[in-house]
Ligand binder design. Structure first.
Ligand code: ADP
Ligand code: ZN
Length: 319
């Protein structure tokens, strides 16, 4: 461990926030080896933000803050509601100005993106996406979300990708569970998120027996998603994290299903021969989101003229 007291005199101190539905993970530091974390429960915006702001005020002078947030969020830089959480089912947080609240209270530049885009940025910089300009980061937890790096930049597009809400084949005879997405019922998230596993089988995913047929079904559903993204985004690697993927036995099942679904059509060595290195866990584990938020902070600090949340310029921004 380097002497961080010395390092910090020359490096910028960044604040980072992974804003989640159950907790805000707040970090202070200069990089992965110098990161002090605190967890603040997600209650009302007033209460939660007061604690978050208090944590950063105690730190003294910050160069910038980065936020990776649960969404949907508004990332359109010209929008009057840029930096807001928008249509979330969490009613208290609907239309809440998350980035602006931090910026006004702390008077520092705030970089802002979705939680999964931030995690992808973190993995690109320090994790399993290093040196790979086109990869996909997927999380399978309370929800399912994906962040894609294409040519070294995360995709925003019209809003931002909502990969968990794609449609996948659902054989109601084999799996009569109707799905639990409040918008689409049996979209991917509605069929394969942690809450979907619990609702279908009546036990939390963490307690479903290792030999339960539910795992094969889960792997198949996730592989449907992966096959879609292989054929649309053509990622050079796919990282899958989130609470459900703590069941590491899913990885070989997903790889096998993905190969079966693609059926030899995508003729590349990475898939045909090196699938074990193609579909992998993230390397930053539970710190991917908060470290990704640090990448957002660093980016806005280095590009002060960029409107917060403006598209990141070039692959070098991530490395
Ligand atoms: P969040 O999505 O809220 O950020 P997580 O990624 O930890 O948080 O996802 C929580 C979901 O993951 C819950 O639905 C839970 O059932 C599931 N989960 C957590 N731990 C495990 C585990 N060890 N095995 C299977 N599922 C798990
Ligand atoms: Zn849905």
């Amino acid at each position: 461990m380097p002497d961080l007291r010395v390092a910090r005199t020359t490096l910028s101190l960044f604040g980072c926030v992974e804003a989640g539905g159950t907790k805000f993970v707040c970090g202070l530091g200069t990089g992965p080896d110098d990161l002090q974390l605190t967890h603040i429960p997600t209650t009302s915006p007033t209460d939660t933000m007061e604690k978050v702001i208090g944590f950063f005020r105690e730190a003294g002078s910050l160069s910038a803050i980065g936020v990776g947030a649960f969404g949907p969020v508004d990332l359109r830089s010209a929008s009057p509601t840029f930096g807001f959480v928008t249509s979330t089912p969490k009613v208290d947080w609907k239309d809440f100005d998350l980035a602006g609240t931090l910026q006004r209270a702390l008077d520092v530049p705030v970089g802002f993106d979705t939680d999964v885009n931030a995690a992808a940025a973190g993995e690109a910089r320090w994790g399993a996406g290093r040196g790979i300009p086109d990869f996909l980061y997927l999380t399978v937890g309370t929800g399912i979300g994906g962040g894609a790096l294409v040519n070294g930049e995360v995709i925003h597009g019209l809003l931002h990708p909502e990969m968990g809400h794609i449609r996948i084949p659902h054989d109601l005879k084999e799996d009569p569970f109707p799905g639990c997405c409040p918008y689409h019922f049996d979209c991917l998230e509605g069929l394969a998120s942690g809450p979907a596993i619990q609702a279908r089988w009546g036990v939390p995913a963490s307690q479903l027996a290792p030999d339960h047929p539910g795992w094969a079904l889960e792997a198949r559903y996730l592989a449907f998603g992966l096959a879609t993204w292989v054929c649309t985004l053509s990622p050079q690697r796919i990282l899958i994290g989130g609470g459900v993927m703590q069941q590491t036995r899913l990885f070989p099942l997903i790889r096998q299903e993905l190969l079966r679904l693609l059926n030899g059509y995508i003729q590349v060595k990475a898939i045909l021969q090196d699938i074990d290195r193609y579909v992998v866990p993230p390397q930053l584990g539970s710190r991917a989101g908060v470290l990704g938020a640090m990448v957002l902070a660093e980016h806005i600090y280095r590009n002060p003229s960029a409107r917060i949340g403006a598209p990141l310029a070039g692959a070098d921004a991530w490395r």
